[in-house]
Design a protein around this ligand. Sequence first.
Ligand SMILES: C[S@@+](CC[C@H](N)C(=O)[O-])C[C@H]1O[C@@H](n2cnc3c(N)ncnc32)[C@H](O)[C@@H]1O
Length: 391
Amino acid sequence: MTSPITLIATATFGLEMLIKQEVKALGFADVQATDAQVAFGATWEDVPRANLWLRCADRLLLLMGTFTAVSFDELFERTKAIPWETVIAADGRFTVNAKTVKSTLQSARSCQAIVKKAVAERLKASYGVTWLSETGAEFTIQVSLLKDVAQLMLDTSGVGLHKRGYRAEAGEAPLKETLAAALVQLSFWRKDRLLIDPMCGSGTILIEAAMIGRNIAPGLRRRFAAEGWPTIAPAAWQRARQEAAAAQDHNGRLQLFGYDIDSDAIAIACGNAQKAGVGTDIQFAQKDVKELWLDQQYGILITNPPYGQRLSHFQEMNNIYIALNKMLRKKRGWSVYVLTADKKFPDYFKRAHPDRVRKLYNGRVEVNYYQYHGEKPEADKTVESVARAVV
Ligand SMILES: C[S@@+](CC[C@H](N)C(=O)[O-])C[C@H]1O[C@@H](n2cnc3c(N)ncnc32)[C@H](O)[C@@H]1O
């Protein structure tokens, strides 16, 4: 990559291609997706913008160096050869997090200590000091050793990008905001379409949909680690925030509906939506999914039903699946998306076989995202056939 810097958006397994699309949509051309990472060439000015706008990535890292290391000496010398002083200020506070997988250097703790020492030596020599105060801005170095290849990166985000700043209260088993945004992006939902989550819990899926619909930058309400870095002018952060604030689109009505059997969850969802600036865009109500009825012929349903191991849970889940089945069996115009760890879900939901099953991770739990495509509305079909005729 010939750009001044290389940024890496870290991805939950299974979301790499989606994040690659997000990065491209932000205007970056040189984008490469590998396992759990999307790398792209950028400028320093892009750091605020990418942090503010990435919806599905976990973090945004700055790549400082990649090299092979099979001994601690090698790790030390190669780390010391990286020009850390071009990013880390003389008073920078820096910590090191390391992980090592299938590598000769197996101890993450030792790698951490070696890298810390090498960076400190480099900075002391560069700044001509014998002692580093470490009282200034925060710099977290991520060291990742995979099959003896070390990647050294600086974390520009700080706390993970899922922390948008709207979730004061979590509710029961909430989804990470980044995963919820991905579920919406992977669906057929567009801002002019009806969307319901019949088991919405703290409302994460609907809040993320509303933020997408209103073009609200997910990071607009939070701060980032790189805000104190000398390489990025405060004006760049200000400009990115101003542009993001101006990009919001509050025209038109969104059709977003959330239900949950638990009235406390509904209260939490309302509060979170309010904080996210989409309080008037979503209608929440307490309702048991077994009592829910859909009037409309076309719509999108995205949900993340409860999942548990106890017998009482199994029985309750069966009842929920039967209710979903009954509700949607004759609604061929509805696209249905269900995220669950329960591999038996498709046996119960009999409308059709899933059109797609994606393996994802909800935290550390392996889950499947079952996708059932609905039939298109007549108007869309007409547009499509006209488009085909023109082609
Ligand atoms: C895994 S949580 C959903 C979490 C949600 N996606 C979030 O991010 O907060 C499942 C939710 O289903 C709700 N629930 C359980 N049984 C239900 C039923 N019969 N009808 C409606 N909601 C139900 C629970 O109260 C819980 O909030």
